[in-house]
Design a protein around this ligand. Structure first.
Ligand code: 5CU
Length: 378
């Protein structure tokens, strides 16, 4: 009697469907897609930190290209399947990449969400054998009834297993009381939120030499701090106590939360005003009861901290962040068509922290996702 092979599930893997690419291609302000004569691929320019490079490239054809190349990895399902085959991934939970529909006008957002969510459902049915599920996208700039209707629509899409969103909510962040009806509707629908950063920190934080450091500061530090601050604000506002059935999956292993939760806790305890107010659960309790973390942290040290902070290996789920972080030119191997170093680092972190082939490693690599996100046809 052979034990079934444990499945590898990627819960952090993005796509841009064609309708979304058309929206970005028609824009003059970020997020946008622009062609430059010196590049075969169009460039995808998403982040505020990329603005100085965009300005420079628009005025000087010899300046370094801004953003990242928009390769077929972002939009072709066949490329996603090729990636899954080369990295040995059995199931992918697809999601729209940042900045989702945050920038779409209130009048257009509802229809755009229906279109995007419809394309993801179609992608999931394009291949037999439950290889794809997806996190939907909400029209957060639209009026409340449109957002609630979108959640209702997602409930009816057979492959939807949650929603992806950024940290701005309706514009005032995730501690905004106006967001509560949406969080309650998601909790009632058993749709967890995959929380993902996009806005980072203000460019001024990175200093006058930022352009010398590429994407390192905004992606390695800005993104995780953004997630940390967003969840800390939710905690301080009592959002988790107000919506106890809400489940969140935090990108990049919770930003810096596993490392800073103790400091948040201590600052609350030592705050003259907050310390006297009757508090609900501690940050640790909330992390262990309502929060899952992806395992996109690239190191054994970070992975151990994530396991400890979230209460055990059963709360972590493997991810790749594909198509971001492809191999860069000059590496040995087949470049973007071959094995990705970014994926190898995350697999290695799980193996080193939990033991290669161990039950706990199997849970993080796929078992938890299958269970928590019900990754089977219903
Ligand atoms: O490289 C990047 O800018 C990104 C991004 O925008 N989103 C993401 O998930 N990872 C990396």
């Amino acid at each position: 009697h052979q034990k079934p092979k444990p499945q590898v599930v990627d819960i952090h893997t993005h796509m841009y469907p064609p309708a979304y690419i058309s929206i970005l291609s028609s824009r003059d302000t970020i997020p946008l897609i622009r062609r430059f004569p010196s590049s075969p691929d169009p460039r995808l320019i998403l982040l505020e930190a990329e603005l100085p490079a965009l300005e420079a490239a628009l005025h000087d054809p010899t300046a370094p290209l801004p953003g990242r190349p928009l390769t077929k990895h972002f939009s072709h399902l066949s490329q996603k399947l090729h990636f899954m085959a080369t990295q040995k991934i059995d199931i992918s939970v697809l999601s729209l990449a940042n900045p989702w529909l945050d920038f779409v006008s209130p009048l257009e957002a509802g229809q755009a969400a229906d279109q995007v969510n419809g394309s993801f459902e179609l992608m999931c049915t394009a291949r037999k054998g439950s290889r794809f599920f997806f996190f939907g996208t909400l029209p957060l700039s639209a009026p409340l009834p449109t957002i609630l209707a979108s959640i209702d629509n997602l409930k009816r899409l057979p492959h939807c297993r949650g929603i992806i969103m950024g940290t701005t909510g309706l514009g005032a962040g995730l501690d905004d009381p106006s967001l509560l009806p949406i969080l309650k509707a998601l909790a009632t629908a058993h749709l967890p939120i995959f929380l993902h950063p996009h806005y980072g920190l203000p460019n001024s934080v990175y200093g006058p030499r930022a352009s010398e450091y590429g994407h390192v500061l905004p992606l390695a530090l800005g993104f995780p701090m953004e997630t940390t601050i967003a969840v800390a604000r939710m905690y301080l506002a009592g959002v988790f106590d107000a919506v106890p059935a809400l489940r969140m999956i935090l990108a990049h292993s919770g930003g810096t939360l596993p490392f800073l939760a103790g400091r948040i806790e201590s600052c609350v305890l030592h705050d003259g005003k907050l310390a006297t107010v009757k508090r609900g659960r501690t940050v640790w309790e909330v992390l262990r009861e309502q929060v899952y973390l992806d395992a996109v942290v690239y190191s054994e040290v970070g992975l151990r901290a994530a396991v400890e902070a979230s209460g055990g290996a059963e709360r972590l789920m493997f991810g790749t962040d594909h198509p971001f972080f492809p191999p860069v030119g000059g590496e040995a191997g087949d470049g973007e068509e071959g094995k990705w170093e970014s994926v190898r680092l995350n697999v290695e972190a799980v193996d080193k922290a939990l033991g290669e082939g161990s039950e706990e490693a199997g849970m993080v690599m796929g078992g938890n996702a299958v269970k928590v996100l019900r990754l089977y046809e219903e």
